[in-house]
Design a binder for this molecule. Structure first.
Ligand code: OOG
Ligand code: NI
Length: 457
């Protein structure tokens, strides 16, 4: 890229910082959560997955937005591409009774992830899941009538696509304009009656269709100790969700553990002058562990399904202790030391020469060794790769806790990734492939360091 352009990494960092500042102003409890997380992270001992990504921790966050139309998703992809973020993973939430399907926009290269792993969980409303023809038509015309990006943001995006980037001045304007898309609007372009109708169809439909744009509905900092943050939230006047989503606490953290606080009640002024209120925006924290291989993920899904077949966490928290105990017992079958996770191919790792390995490779003392032997001899270190993605069951739990548990289930339709990709205008990257490629490449580099020496001899 030409040096006169601001890099995608830099744009992403500026955007993420701007969003964080805006959300802190809009939802002050988010600021409180950031403060608790910062204090807990400073006190937490380092574990391997955490040390692997320690440098980025203070800027690490994910956000979530919900879009209404294919066109919005298409343009969102173009905007995020400028920030070095692409669609990774397909999440079908309709199976959990939620009328959306989703992806996550995120950086994919190890270098970009290390700079700033900002991700945005992005859902697209499935209008086809609105049962009433009449309501569907009304929702559609409301969505067609809105434009969620400012004209300037769209112009700058087209210009950057044409000439290859944004200059320093353009970058500032672009970030400011793009951030506006995610602002909260207390004035809704629908009547109170129509809002109620949409709400009765599904809370999420009302949240998407009734407003001028896709307000950011949460921004999530990453903590090294989710139990500690959860315990401290009530002391700061924040009531967390009863149960942490995802795997139980473990020696070797895997995937993603998340908890949230309930959506805040915000005043809304409807188009007919009536005032009301809306629940959408909430707070969430996450703790990230190792990325699992398909084999590891299958084991995770099987164990979690077995637990949830026995007991589902109640929305009011009444069975939280029981659920936690059952979850821990259920996951006793999931190996909990890094070497077993690696040898059994349950988690993804990244390989690198240790200082001893570098010295040995240079002196040509060792060659033709396999990776396990190199590790056993302390010449290569295997570090678990951080899970950079999301979990559909957890996401459904996060949606449910903030929308109220009483929502009517929709018909579970078959998943529709193809329709999503058509709207997106690009294929969705497979998260497993990204981790697997990094693992294979890093392993090959370690082996080559020794083989190159063997050839030189
Ligand atoms: C997205 C919920 C999913 C997560 O962390 O799993 C999510 C939403 O509420 O729009 O953010
Ligand atoms: Ni989230």
């Amino acid at each position: 890229m030409s040096p006169q352009f601001v890099s995608a990494d830099e744009l992403r960092t500026r955007f993420s910082t701007g969003m964080s500042r805006m959300y802190r102003d809009e939802v002050p409890a988010y600021g409180t959560l950031l403060d608790i997380v910062e204090t807990v992270n400073e006190q937490a001992p380092d574990a391997p997955v955490e040390t692997a990504s320690a440098g980025r921790l203070s800027v690490e966050r994910h956000g979530a937005i919900r879009l209404g139309t294919a066109r919005e998703l298409f343009d969102m992809r173009r905007m995020f591409a400028l920030l070095g973020m692409e669609a990774v993973g397909y999440y079908d939430l309709s199976v959990a009774g939620i009328p959306v399907h989703s992806t996550a926009f995120r950086p994919t290269s190890p270098h970009a992830l290390a700079r700033n792993p900002f991700r945005v969980f992005t859902s697209l409303l499935r209008l086809d899941l609105i049962a009433s023809d009449e309501l569907r038509a009304k929702a559609q015309s409301l969505l067609q009538a809105r434009s969620i990006f400012t004209p300037l943001a769209l112009d700058l995006c087209s210009r950057a696509e044409q000439i290859g980037g944004l200059t320093a001045d353009e970058a500032d304007v672009f970030v400011a304009e793009f951030t506006k898309t995610f602002q909260w609007h207390a004035q809704a372009p629908v009547t109170a009656a129509l809002y109620e109708e949409l709400l009765a169809s599904h809370r999420l439909t009302a949240d998407i269709v009734s407003f001028k744009g896709p307000h950011i509905n949460h921004l999530t900092p990453r903590t090294l100790d989710i139990e500690a943050v959860q315990a401290q939230m009530p002391e700061h006047g924040i009531a967390p969700k009863a149960v942490i989503e995802g795997p139980p606490a473990r020696q070797c953290p895997i995937l993603l553990r998340q908890t949230s606080f309930k959506a805040i009640v915000e005043p809304v002024l409807f188009a007919d002058g009536e005032s009301g209120q809306h629940l959408a925006r909430f707070g969430e924290i996450e703790q990230r562990g190792a990325a699992l291989t398909p084999k590891g993920r299958a084991l995770y899904d099987r164990l979690l399904d077995a637990v949830r077949a026995d007991i589902l966490p109640a929305g009011d928290g009444s069975n939280a202790d029981e659920y936690r105990a059952r979850l821990e017992a259920g996951f006793a079958a999931f190996p909990d030391d890094w070497e077993t996770l690696r040898r059994e191919g349950l988690a993804y790792f990244q390989y690198a020469l240790t200082p001893e390995g570098q010295a040995a490779a240079l002196s040509g003392g060792e060659c033709d060794l396999d990776i396990d032997t190199l590790i056993a001899r302390g010449l290569v270190a295997a570090t678990p790769q951080t899970y950079e993605d999301f979990l559909p069951v957890s996401a459904a739990g996060i949606f449910a806790s903030n929308l109220g548990d009483g929502d009517a289930a929709i018909n579970a339709e078959r998943s529709n990734q193809e329709a999503f990709e058509t709207a997106l205008g690009a294929p969705i990257a497979d998260p497993f492939a990204l981790y697997a490629t990094l693992e294979a490449r890093s392993q090959a580099e370690c082996l080559e360091a020794f083989q190159a020496q063997a050839v030189a001899e």
